[in-house]
Design a binder for this molecule. Structure first.
Ligand code: ISE
Length: 340
C-alpha cells in the first residue's frame, strides 16, 4: 500500500483476462493501481507496462511479489501456474484475487487450501465472477429470503458462440460448466454430491474432437436437481440463463433484455458476443470488492474451499463425461473451520 492508501497490485498473466484486469484497475475501479505486470513473454509484458504509469514489467512472479510497492496480487495466468504463484503469495502474506480455476485439479487445490489453513487466515478470493453479477445477486437474495420456499430444481443454459480450437470435452467441464458448479453451490448453499453427463446428437458446428452440446446433471446434498445445457458452438452469441424452480414459484435470469428495437417489421435486441462483455459489470464489481476488502484488511468472496469444491466436482464431471451417462459421486474432505 502507498502512503495515500492506494493498493499496488501485481497482475500475473497478461492474456485476455489479465490485460482486461490491468485496464479495469487503471481506468474503471478506485483505490488501486497496477504496480507490476508479469508474463513469460518479455516483449508483451513490457508493452503492457509501458502503457501504465509507474508500472514495472517482470517475467518472474516471485520477483514482482517481492517489490516494495506491491501489496496484493491478481493471478490471471493459465491454471497450471496458479499453485506456485499462490504459495509464493502466502509466503509474503499477500492477499490474492485468483482467476478460476484455483488450480486445475482437486489434489493441488487441496494443497493450496491446506497451506492457507496453516496460515490461520484467508488470503485468497477466487474469481468466480458470476457471484457479482446484478441478476445472479437478485436471484440469490430472492432464494435466501425464503419467500418461494425451498429450491427444488435449477435449470441452466450456458451458450458460447464459439470456442478456441484447443477446446476439448474436458474444457467444457473445467472452463465452462465450472461456473454452474459454483453458482449452484452458492445460490443453494449446498454441496454437489454427484454428476451425470448425457450427450445429444453432436452439432455439425462442433469442431473435430469436441462433442457439443452436452447435458450435465448435478445432485446436491439438499436434494436439489440441477441441469446445465452446455453449448459452446451455438454461433449466435453468448448466453447464460438460469431458472430456479421453488416450492412456491420460479425465478428466471439471463434473458438480457436491454434495449428493444422495433424496426422494419421486426422487434428485438442484441446478444452479447462473449463473456467479457456479458459479465463486464460483474468483473468490475468483483475486482472493486476485492480491492475494498483488501484495503480494509479483510478477505471476502469465494474462498479456497469454493475453489477446491469446484475442482472436485470438475473431476467427477470429467469422469462422468468420459464414462457416458454414468453417475459419478463427488468426494470432498471435511470442511475446515476456516471456511465455515
Ligand atoms: C471461459 O473460460 C469462461 O470462463 C466463461 O465465463 C465461460 O462462459 C466460457 O465457456 C469459458 O470458456
Amino acid at each position: 500500500m502507498t502512503e495515500r492508501g492506494t493498493l499496488g497490485v501485481a497482475v500475473i498473466g497478461t492474456g485476455r483476462m489479465g490485460a482486461d484486469h490491468v485496464r479495469r484497475i487503471n481506468d474503471v475501479i478506485s483505490g488501486a493501481r497496477v504496480a507490476a505486470v508479469v508474463d513469460i513473454d518479455a516483449d508483451r509484458v513490457k508493452a503492457i507496462a509501458d502503457g501504465v504509469d509507474a508500472c514495472t514489467p517482470y517475467t518472474d512472479p516471485a520477483a514482482a511479489m517481492a517489490a516494495a510497492d506491491v501489496g496484493a496480487v491478481l493471478i490471471a495466468s493459465p491454471g497450471p501456474a496458479h499453485e506456485a504463484a499462490l504459495l509464493t503469495a502466502f509466503e509474503r502474506g499477500l492477499p490474492v484475487l485468483c482467476e478460476k480455476p484455483l488450480t486445475p485439479d482437486a489434489a493441488s487445490a487441496l494443497r493450496v487450501l491446506r497451506a492457507e489453513e496453516k496460515l490461520g487466515r484467508r488470503l485468497v478470493q477466487v474469481g468466480f465472477m458470476r457471484r457479482y453479477d446484478a441478476e445472479y445477486l437478485k436471484l440469490k437474495a430472492l432464494l435466501d429470503d425464503g419467500r418461494l420456499g425451498r429450491t427444488l430444481m435449477l435449470h441452466n443454459r450456458h451458450r458460447n458462440a464459439s470456442v478456441p480450437p484447443y477446446f476439448t470435452n474436458a474444457n467444457l467441464i473445467n472452463d465452462s460448466v465450472v461456473h454452474e458448479m459454483d453458482v449452484t453451490r452458492w445460490l443453494l448453499d449446498q454441496e454437489i454430491t454427484a454428476v451425470t453427463v448425457l450427450r445429444p446428437a453432436r452439432s455439425s458446428n462442433a469442431p473435430e474432437g469436441l462433442d457439443d452440446p452436452q447435458f450435465v446433471i448435478f445432485e446436491t446434498d439438499g436434494g436439489a436437481l440441477v441441469d446445465v445445457e452446455i453449448n459452446v458452438t451455438c454461433g449466435f452469441g453468448y448466453q447464460v440463463q438460469a431458472e430456479a424452480v421453488c416450492e412456491n414459484g420460479t425465478a428466471r435470469i439471463g434473458e438480457a433484455h436491454g434495449m428493444l428495437v422495433n424496426s422494419a417489421g421486426h422487434w428485438g435486441g442484441s446478444i452479447a458476443p462473449d463473456f467479457v462483455e456479458r459479465f463486464e459489470d460483474a468483473y468490475d464489481r468483483e475486482v472493486q470488492a476485492w480491492v475494498d476488502a483488501t484495503r480494509r484488511g479483510e478477505v471476502t468472496g469465494p474462498s479456497c474451499w469454493d475453489g477446491y469444491a469446484a475442482a472436485a466436482v470438475c473431476e467427477a464431471g470429467v469422469l462422468a463425461q468420459a464414462e457416458g451417462g454414468r453417475r459419478v459421486e463427488v468426494r470432498l474432505v471435511e470442511r475446515p473451520a476456516l471456511y465455515r
